[in-house]
Design a protein around this ligand. Sequence first.
Ligand SMILES: [Zn+2]
Length: 60
Amino acid sequence: MLYFKACPRCRGDMHGGSDLYGPYRECLQCGHVIDLEKKSVLLDAISRERVSQGRKEKAA
Ligand SMILES: [Zn+2]
């Protein structure tokens, strides 16, 4: 799927895609990538951080 002039950086055309982390849009002109599920990825990273910190506290 194409999104014409959707790039916030260069006003270029973007195409939609999807990978491991979910759907994203990538600019055909400058390569700028917008992750469409940033929020869930961020929350996932935070929860992983908490788990590793908890393990460190138990080890020490
Ligand atoms: Zn661009």
